[in-house]
Design a protein around this ligand. Structure first.
Ligand SMILES: [Zn+2]
Length: 449
């Protein structure tokens, strides 16, 4: 099959190079060789053995391996929408690694150049969502319940965010049950806001460890726990209007957690959980570790660990606001109204004529919404840097509090699975009362969490 060749010239040479996108169809999907990605972002390709790749520039590294769904950008793991593949380059005897066009447009581009995300609003408010509550305990471990830990983390995050000058709204501030639909509806009341839902994990098979960050799966992309596409994966959800912002925020949150928490990086993943599916502002759902694993549970039970998650949230909000370049804008952008179709990627990135989106983002999407775009954007900044990976590996297991923590064999001797802020008087009145009637979560993983 002859590759379709698209030629685009970047109008902003400081940001990206001229690129030829050699698009091929594999498994009915559009793929591009990673060498095109290297050319577009002006990166150097090393170790091109046809099975793995490593692209580098002054402050960026992208790595991946054919046959996997893992791409590492600056040391942080992203689970791709579709597997990386190897393919013989036409007219040659060499193999090259290919990445799906969907992954270039939905992961690589917004993570590499968050400053070019159109429609990204300045950040004024952060909506914090403590997972579970009331009769819904969430995951239960030997040292504590998920609903307690999530509330403790968001209370800590609220204090930090308020101090930094952000407004904070909470879907719950006490131990009450709040239906998932109400959480999303609540978040949609706030313009210029981000949504961060905090959860902790439980493994079906004992032994899970590490942190995950979920961004809403783009249209036509399977959820993480499914091997194949379902019909419903092609529905356009309200949250898809913010696909690029979602992944940029996920990158900011996840890399901040990777830097601060001494647990494995399980990656930035995709799902259609109700809270991130139905919000009309950028949002993510984090899993801050496994309450049922011997290692993670002991960490999660400490105020230090939970404070670090809270600090990561502040880091991320600050980095995101700076990275999308919207923090200096005075324009107020409200949440996209319910009737507005999703913002297509072509619309989102086309203005810069930077090439990548118009070239490969032909995933069927509705017409662009009339979302405001800043005409002038500052130069793109990464939402993270390479130091995260280095610092994490150097320091992760060397801090005194972790050494102390694991110097005892008896996890129950820990003095503080007590949730310090659990009984604190709430300085801000609850934004809403508990639900009048209880709505049971449905068993489908997309609808619960
Ligand atoms: Zn949960």
């Amino acid at each position: 099959m002859r590759p379709l060749v698209f030629l685009f010239l970047a109008l902003l040479p400081g940001l990206a190079g001229a690129a030829t996108w050699n698009i091929v169809l594999m498994n009915q999907r559009r793929y591009v060789p990673v060498s095109d990605v290297a050319a577009f972002y002006r990166m150097t390709q090393a170790g091109a053995d046809g099975a793995s790749f490593r692209l580098t520039s002054a402050n960026r590294v992208i790595e991946g391996k054919s046959g996997t769904t893992d791409v590492h950008i600056n040391g942080v793991k992203y689970v791709t929408c579709f597997p990386l593949r190897s393919r013989r380059v036409d007219g040659t005897r060499t193999d090259a690694v290919y990445i799906s066009a969907m992954d270039v447009s939905k992961i690589i581009e917004p993570v590499m150049r968050p400053g070019k995300i159109a429609g990204a609003a300045p950040v004024r408010t952060v909506v914090l969502d403590a997972g579970h509550g009331g009769h819904d305990s969430g995951a239960v471990g030997s040292l504590g319940r998920e609903k307690q830990y999530t509330l403790d983390v968001v209370l800590r995050a609220r204090a930090l965010l308020l101090k930094a000058g952000f407004q904070v709204k909470m879907t719950r501030v006490t131990d009450v049950f709040v239906p998932l639909e109400e959480r999303a509806n609540f978040a949609n009341h706030f313009p210029n806001a981000l949504f961060i839902s905090v959860h902790f994990n439980k493994s079906n098979t004992y032994g899970g460890t590490g942190i995950e960050t979920y961004a809403l799966a783009p249209r036509g992309v399977p959820s993480m726990d499914e091997g194949s596409l379902r019909y419903s994966d092609f529905n356009l959800n309200p949250g898809n209007a913010c696909d690029s912002q979602n992944i940029a925020l996920a990158a900011a949150v996840h890399s901040a957690m990777c830097r601060r928490l001494p647990v494995p990086d399980r990656g930035v993943k995709r799902a259609r959980f109700a809270v991130i599916r139905n919000i009309r502002i950028p949002g993510v759902l984090i899993e801050g570790g496994f309450v049922d694993s011997a290692y993670d549970a002991r960490l999660i039970a400490t105020a230090e660990y939970r404070q670090r998650i809270a600090q990561s949230i502040l880091d991320a909000v600050t980095a995101y606001a700076r990275a999308v370049g919207a923090s200096k804008s005075t324009t107020v952008i409200t949440a996209v109204p319910a009737s507005t179709p999703g913002l297509s990627l072509d619309e989102g990135l086309g203005e810069s004529a930077s090439g990548v989106a118009p070239a490969i983002a032909h995933v069927p999407e509705p017409a662009a919404s009339p979302v405001h775009r800043d005409k002038v954007r500052p130069v793109s900044e990464p939402v993270f840097d390479l130091e995260i990976f280095r610092e994490r590996n150097r320091n992760a297991f060397e801090t005194p509090w972790i050494r102390r923590l694991f110097s005892t064999d008896d996890p129950f001797s820990l003095s503080e699975p007590v949730l310090q802020s659990w009984e604190e008087p709430n300085p801000e009145p609850p934004s809403r009362e508990g639900p009048k009637k209880s709505v049971r979560a449905r068993p489908n993983r997309d609808f619960t969490h």
